[in-house]
Ligand binder design. Structure first.
Ligand code: CUA
Length: 313
């Protein structure tokens, strides 16, 4: 599946559709008010401008109860209609106050996303997988500073705060890959904190879920064996987890199935052997300021590690 090329107005869930309708309604009312006021101002400028021979001050007029009632009542009705429309949208978009265990726990980090599926134990990063048509509750929080989870075609924005969980409904209608990003400035690499949501038919999602739970087979070629050995002996293992190996770090993204992802570094680049090698060699070149240091490996060592990581589908 490839990334959808869609506009913000291409809503793909009941929640996003409700937001889109509210936005369009607000925009239409604002446009009518703007055009009315602007036309009256232009009319007044032309029609009542000062002409030679007229007194400096036009006749002064005040206290017209009918007019005053009218221009108080009209804005009151407009605001009331906006209140009703907003309350309706909130009812569709906001989750209920009773909080069951969310289907996915989203944990924002500087500068990537961690996804944990509490029911099945799947852990992945940056690329979220979901079954089409199901209404899921997402719990959103942060491991460091405030971030903001936003997939425009699917959902409202929701702040990711440290030490407290916010909740979000997500009910994608059609299968596809949807783009999202961090929508709250969170430091140097705020701009490279992309999200991809893979909305799949339920059977396909189930296959993905089962595959994620598999422990990857041990490396079988000399190259990939050297790669895993380097990961376990260098600092890689203290930041990343690869199931079935000595790598059990919790600081960076879980790499158990990293080879199956489309992108690296939260959308910093595409996931190919060449880009993975470049990333392992010097992440700072691709994503300056990110928390993964350059390990001063030889190009051959980087290649061995990348070759091994690419086998982790
Ligand atoms: Cu995370 Cu901006």
């Amino acid at each position: 599946m490839t990334l959808q090329d869609t506009s913000v107005f291409d809503a793909n869930s009941p929640q996003a559709r409700a937001i889109e309708r509210l936005f369009t309604y607000d925009l239409a009312i604002s446009a009518v008010i703007f055009l009315t006021v602007a036309s009256l101002v232009i009319y007044a400028i032309v029609r009542f401008r000062h002409r030679p021979g007229e007194p400096a001050q036009p006749p002064q007029d005040e206290g017209n109860p009918k007019l005053e009632t009218l221009w108080t009542a009209i804005p009151a009705v407009i605001l009331l209609s906006l209140l009703v429309a907003t309350a309706y949208t909130m009812r569709v978009v906001n989750p209920p106050p009773t909080r069951p265990v969310p289907n996915v726990e989203i944990i924002a980090h500087q500068w990537w996303w961690e996804y944990r599926y509490p029911q099945s134990g799947v852990v992945t990063a940056n690329e979220l997988h979901m079954p089409a048509g199901q209404k899921w509750l997402l719990g959103v929080e942060s491991a460091d500073v405030i971030h903001d989870f936003w997939v425009p075609n699917l959902s409202a924005k929701v702040d990711a705060n440290p030490n407290s969980q916010n909740f979000l409904w997500l009910q994608p209608t059609n299968p596809g890959v949807y783009w999202g990003t961090c929508a709250e400035y969170c430091g140097t690499q705020h701009a490279l904190m992309n999200i991809r949501v893979f909305v799949e038919p339920p059977e396909q999602f189930e296959q993905w879920r089962q595959a994620q739970l598999q422990v990857p087979p041990p490396p079988s070629t000399p190259e990939t064996q050297r790669g895993l050995q380097l990961i376990e002996s260098r600092t890689c293992a203290s930041c990343h987890t690869i199931a079935g190996t000595k790598a059990k770090g919790k600081v960076g993204p879980d790499l158990t199935h990293v080879g199956g992802r489309q992108t690296l570094g939260a959308g910093a680049t595409t996931n190919t052997l060449e880009e993975m090698t470049r990333w392992v060699q010097d992440p700072q070149q691709i994503k300056p300021g990110c928390n993964m240091p350059s390990l001063k490996l030889t190009p051959e060592q980087s290649r061995d590690i990348a070759t091994y990581l690419e086998t982790l589908k």
